[in-house]
Design a protein around this ligand. Structure first.
Ligand code: AMP
Ligand code: MG
Length: 392
């Protein structure tokens, strides 16, 4: 049995970033990590732009200006203004080179030939300078940045329609157990509805990993081995739930052994999730998570998340940990370090009822895990506790 820290270090050490790929069109790249720095191919804005609906002026010392024309957004028309001349202009339209300020229309009176302005106008007012946001050749986004919708919009505004990113892993989730049936089928005595595979699938989806296949195997050695063999050779990661304990019908460990998966650790000194296995076969990472649903999900967030981050080169490879003030009292029965389902808000955390690893009810209300190290036996109201914030 190894420590939590040792398990985390082992995963980090054996996780390598996947190859790069180009994603086109760029709108499909949300959530991906850039594998190359992107330089701006153009100035943005690409011309001096009006920030207002109003009038572009070539300033002089009087308040009245002669109107000589109009520039709409998208208009390529060029005007040459003399001092004291103005053109009608609209937001986003190119400001003539000879104009040195734009005044908003609410501060102007006049007709189609002449206008009078109110108040002070200074050079540069309401004109977005050429390249104000970024100049051609400057770094638009660094290698390692995670694309979000704003990043995609930003790159599109620079005329960029595809990006080089780190590939995302193909993942297989395997649930094991003779007792498992699908929701929608009759629940005969002794059976339970299968929940782990789709729970983990939705956790993967919310982290924007979509290349996932699901498989179910019975508690049968040959079936387990056959199925795992094929999934390991076809995927970057295989996540198994159940069948990894010491029962007579837990065949996962034996099957992985037979398939020459290198076991990097088995059993972690923690509650829940002690029977956790991590291994590798060539480039494929293998996690065998406990069958108990709350233990499986806890191990996913604490360990599988790290491997997923490492494979895609996320900069933050563990979930954020914060100190928060406990609103609850909790006495730890186990000698092992323990993760507790909890609800965190504004620096305070409530430890929820129903911590059993077979129960998901409290996890459904949780957005955090409180960590109790081995030597911490009791948490009192007001104590500062280590809190791991879960992704939504
Ligand atoms: P195991 O680790 O296979 O001994 O399973 C431990 C417990 O988790 C048992 O009560 C199983 O019935 C339950 N379990 C295992 N796999 C699943 C699953 N995919 N969905 C829901 N419960 C499961
Ligand atoms: Mg089982």
């Amino acid at each position: 049995m190894i420590s939590i820290d040792h398990a985390i270090r082992t995963i980090k050490k054996h996780t390598h970033v996947l190859a790069q790929e180009t994603i086109k069109p760029i709108e499909k790249a949300n959530g991906y990590i850039l594998s190359q720095t992107i330089y701006a191919p153009i100035d943005m804005p690409p011309f001096r732009q009006s920030a207002m609906d109003g009038y572009a002026l070539r300033l002089h010392d009087a308040l009245s200006y002669t109107l000589i024309g109009e520039v709409q957004a998208g208009d390529p028309k060029a005007f040459s203004l003399k001092k004291g001349e103005a053109v009608r202009i609209f937001t986003g339209a190119p400001v003539p080179d000879s104009a040195n300020a734009v005044i908003m229309q609410e501060r102007v009176k006049g007709n189609r030939l002449k206008i009078e302005i109110e108040g002070d106008v200074n050079e540069g007012d309401n004109v977005r300078p050429l390249g104000e946001q970024i100049k051609a050749g400057e770094i638009a986004l660094q290698k390692g940045a995670q694309l979000n919708p704003a990043g995609i919009g930003y790159l599109l505004s620079l005329g960029i329609g595809h990006v080089s990113v780190y590939k995302k892993p193909s993942i297989a989730i395997v649930s094991t157990g003779n007792e498992l049936v699908d929701p929608g089928t009759e629940l005969v005595h002794g059976k339970i509805y299968e929940s782990n595979s789709k729970m983990l699938l939705s956790a993967l989806y919310s982290l924007k990993f979509y290349d996932v296949t699901l498989e179910r195997v019975k508690d049968d050695f040959d079936e387990t081995r056959k199925s795992l063999k094929q999934l390991i050779s076809n995927n970057d990661m295989v996540i198994i739930t159940g069948g990894i304990s010491v029962g007579d019908y837990d065949f996962v460990g034996r099957a992985l052994n037979e398939l020459q998966v290198e076991t990097l650790f088995y059993k972690v000194n923690q509650k829940p999730g002690k029977p956790l296995l991590y291994g590798k076969k060539e480039h494929t990472s293998i996690f065998a998570l406990p069958g108990n649903p709350a233990a499986a999900l806890t191990c996913f967030y604490l360990y599988v998340y790290i491997a997923l981050s490492g494979m895609t080169n996320y900069t933050s490879d563990e979930l954020p940990r914060v100190k928060s003030k406990s609103l609850s009292e909790f006495e730890k029965k186990a000698d092992r370090p323990q993760f507790l389902k909890a609800r965190y808000k504004n620096g305070e955390v409530e430890i929820l009822d129903g911590q059993n690893s077979s129960m998901l009810q409290s996890f459904a209300l949780a957005n955090a895990l409180v960590f109790m190290p081995e030597d911490l036996k009791i948490i009192k109201v007001g104590d500062s506790v280590e809190t791991i914030v879960l992704p939504v």
